[in-house]
Design a protein around this ligand. Sequence first.
Ligand code: ADP
Ligand code: MG
Length: 691
Amino acid sequence: MELTLQSPLHTLHGVGEARAAAFARLGLCDIRDLLLFFPRAYENRGDVRAVAETQDGQLCSLVLQIDAKAPEGRTRTGLTVTKLSASDNTGAINLTFFNQPWLTKSLRQGMHYRFYGRVVFGMYGREMTNPVAEALLPGGHLPDIVPVYPLTKGLTGKAVADTVRRALPLADALPELLPEPLREEYGLLPVAAAVRGLHFPPSLEVLEQARRTVAFSEMLVFQLAMRELRAGSRAKPAYPMQLKGAGAAAFFRALPFQLTGAQERAVKDIFGDMTSGQAMMRLVQGDVGSGKTAVAAAAIYFAVKNGCQAAMMAPTEVLAAQHYRSLTALLAPFGFRVELLSGSLTKAQKNGVHERLRSGGIDVIVGTNALIQPDVHYRRLGLAVTDEQHRFGVIQRAALVNKSTEADADSPQTHTLVMSATPIPRTLSLILYGDLDVSVLDEMPPGRMKVDTFLVDESYRVRIQTFIRKQLDAGRQAFIICPLVEENGESDDKKAVTEYAERVKPVYAPYTVGCVHGRQKPAEKDAVMAAFSAGELHVLVSTTVVEVGVDVPNAAVMLVENAECFGLSQLHQLRGRVGRGKHKSYCILMSDSKSEKSRSRLKIMTETNDGFEIANADLAQRGPGDFFGSRQSGEIRFKCASFADMALIGQTRALADRLWDGPLSQDGAYAPLRRAARDRLEAEAARNTLN
Ligand code: ADP
Ligand code: MG
């Protein structure tokens, strides 16, 4: 049978049912998957050293002759153990192998082998334990750079490498995304050469070029996908809106405060977009506490006054419930029907909300990604607001916007407003929000005081408790964040939070202590948050569910336990929960970590309140993967490309612009690239409906 890229893996020689099942566990089903399953690392076995020059702890290769072999023994736990002595012409070394009888049998006295492993200076001189051994055959050549693949139970690295090797001829069938002139211009390899180079690189130079080639096309495809997304929503007329008769002034009069200059500018941008005839696609970016909600509320008011529905999507139930409360307070007086689509509703209540959404009985709907489920339909969804966008995927946002057109292709396009608090470096923001226009809230509401931040260790425990009590005496409230405890590989935030809360209850009595955690039912969580908001609870113990958006102006203390467990941007978000009212506020980072690195990291928090500065430090120290947090659902995945590679981002962005306006639509050689961009969009969309 002729193999193709779509052939299932069991059609490859040497892949039986068990092995195919193991590959399936890694998400690999056909030959194409396997070819694009790249090593996670490489061993540089070409780094051959002389025994005499090796250092204690050095990882390297040694080419050795076996001098002597002791008879196989057994450890007390029943493992076989074989000791060999070997040497090159600079010195001798002892080799120990545990539980590899088949291997040690094959190692013969007087013969030469290449051993790869860690040299340790032991009691009897240099030694290596369980090194990789490869026979040096006359005229044969051993590869210098050896791939290390992600593995799963039932698959060894060698099995993966052997299977990849068998599939490799089909690399020639992979579609060439980058036409030759482009590859030449950027010094990139043809796709087949890049794939071969990533699996079995003949040299570090080729490996680097192969990696760059794949990273380049991934990032370019992603950039083009973003342009597709934007073009898709711009192709059709949007819900038309008008300033005249909208009564915007009445809304601003009803606000309990005057907008800051930055808020006013953002609102002006938004009204301009919504009256332009084209769909608004705007990001409002502002540090925690800059007042994004009021800006969103203005947009929502405007949309409803123009005869449309508006939806606001938040990443957590807690935040959705809070937005629901504040939007109701602001908009119900105008006769708007505001509802919450929450996970705590009964089936019948949920059906009721769905029905009223469909029939137009709701003006403003607030919820989590429940808003984009397939059974939810809208009537004239004029505006979709996504709060804390970095928590969602680029495409989830589009899913909400496309709700109106998915039912009726002729329906006008929904306006999009995205709110993000995570201040991120500009290049990164261009990637994540490259399809959006941006308004920045670079001004805080007046009267905000800097949150004083302290880094302390366990020896301060009693002093901190006394301090918090004083704040409670003064009528303030406090947040306490404790990190997840991992038990048997499972994180149990319920246990962490409830045990902690029980411990501190007597400390703060008669003040009341409440807790929220991930195991609670949404209704229960809402009730606790509402009680804390209303001041009925004085201390709130939680894991990071309060991290985004929660607004309780009377809270003046944020105590973070085991602060070293959190990322800087996350700590900045947590700190943003206090200092939102008129009271002097404090953030206390408790950490017993002795590590110099984590202390200097945490110290940054005590030195600045500027979200951008913190984001840059965070990005530099941890890399973008951690920066976004593995929990976030909208994480964008690449095989080789990385958000830390700013040069690559800049280069592909400029190229995407050039191609988009020119050759992409006219030149047939670019058709595969365009198709790849569309496929990427679809794949992301599919992933999101699964979430
Ligand atoms: P974020 O940008 O973090 O979402 P919020 O919208 O939650 O911030 O606003 C933070 C707090 O500031 C809220 O209590 C809000 O009522 C208040 N606020 C917003 N805008 C102003 C303003 N112009 N003047 C005074 N207070 C404001
Ligand atoms: Mg907010």
